[in-house]
Design a protein around this ligand. Structure first.
Ligand code: SAM
Ligand code: DTB
Ligand code: SF4
Length: 334
């Protein structure tokens, strides 16, 4: 059963189960609702990097921290589409374009983003963007251009949010998510483990996600990538078992959601990642770069998939199965 009336007490009970019992239960839910052999492979590209006005304490792209990130304006459309084609050729079925913006502005850069969305969509990939806050009209324009998903993370609990970001509020984030959902775009929304939050904060973030009007289509679980120059540079490395616990709980609460083992994989061994897949993760970012930091390359991941008996998921599978898509099955399989 897919539920969005979970209580905090129920979530707490799941989250605090003995680890192996939790993983067993999550793996059972995963087998019931999904093909566990399949993992969605997404590629990210930072189309506009650095110089961001926000103060997100984890982020290498915030202008106020000195992180050495190479700042650049919006990339030319041709360059982006070339990169998308390479990602497709390497086996990715979702392409996500990120911009270091607080919010989208109605200007020529946005028109160019719409062209990029059209171009990637025409390649038959699921196209995703993460561009900061959106108005209702901007969400509509992105949907019309063929945007499949929009990534906008809550990052942490409502209670802890103010410790991490002061230049916008949790409600700002929720409002954008609502606009995305209303425009008929799949919501991609998750968070980060390792910001200095408590277990209660993690539970409260999961509570917010699984009690949204509809579960997000995907929930990225990022391990903090510690960036020199940011306020969180000296945080302790995220414990793998904290990642496993978070992924397993997300899987139980949101059985059909794509749970993405996101940032932090370069610091995880293959056995550690295998535990995350066992606990219900069924999506990764592939390619040797996330937005600005390193990620395992395609070859390394292909070897891991071969070893673990995993195969890349085809595009638009989730929507075809759930039948609530603008995209018809015939179009997908032709
Ligand atoms: N500027 C837009 C925004 O904030 O929504 C889009 C890009 S922003 C970089 C996308 C997400 O990347 C953030 O919400 C955060 O969850 C994740 N992220 C950024 N830096 C990270 C880090 N050092 N470690 C883990 N995740 C990070
Ligand atoms: C998400 O949850 N993680 C991705 C994607 N959505 C945009 C970004 C991770 C960024 C890690 C730090 C960097 O490479 O800049
Ligand atoms: Fe800017 Fe997004 Fe980084 Fe925050 S997370 S500083 S909004 S790029």
């Amino acid at each position: 059963m897919i539920r969005n009336n979970w209580t905090k007490e129920e979530i707490h009970e799941v989250y605090q189960l003995p680890l192996l019992e939790l993983v067993y239960r999550a793996a059972t839910v995963h087998r019931k609702f999904n093909n566990t052999a399949e993992v969605q492979v997404c590629t990210l590209l930072s189309v506009k990097t650095g110089g961001c006005s926000e103060d997100c304490a984890y982020c290498p792209q915030a202008a106020r921290y000195h992180t050495g990130v190479q700042v650049h304006g919006l990339l030319p459309t041709g360059e982006v589409l070339e990169y998308a084609q390479k990602a497709k050729d390497a086996g990715s079925t979702r392409f996500c374009m990120g911009a270091a913006w607080r919010e989208v502005r109605d200007n020529r850069d946005f028109d160019r983003i719409l062209d990029m969305v059209k171009g990637v969509n025409a390649m038959g990939m699921e196209v995703c963007c993460t561009l900061g806050m959106l108005t209702e009209s901007q969400a509509g324009k992105l949907a019309d251009a063929g945007l499949y998903a929009y990534n906008h993370n809550l990052d942490t609990s409502p209670e802890y949010y103010g410790e991490i970001i002061s230049t916008r509020t949790y409600d700002d984030r929720l409002n954008t998510l609502e606009r995305v959902r209303k425009a008929g775009i799949s919501v991609c929304c998750g968070g980060i483990v390792g910001l200095g939050e408590t277990h209660e904060d993690r539970i409260n973030m999961l509570y917010t996600l699984c009690t949204l009007p509809q579960h997000p289509g995907s929930v990225p679980i990022n391990a903090l990538v510690r960036i020199k120059g940011t306020p969180l540079e000296n945080n302790p490395k995220v414990d793998i078992w904290d990642m496993v616990r978070m992924i397993a709980t997300a899987r139980i609460l949101m059985p059909k959601t794509m749970v993405r083992l996101s940032a932090g994989r370069t610091e995880m061994s293959v056995p550690e990642q295998a535990f995350c897949f066992m606990a219900g993760a069924n999506s990764i970012f592939a390619g040797d770069k996330l937005l600005t930091t390193a990620n395992p390359g395609f070859e390394e991941d292909n070897a891991m998939f071969a070893l673990l008996g995993l195969t890349p998921m085809e595009a638009f599978k989730q929507e075809v199965e759930t039948g609530n898509s603008k995209i018809k099955a015939e179009e997908v399989f032709k």
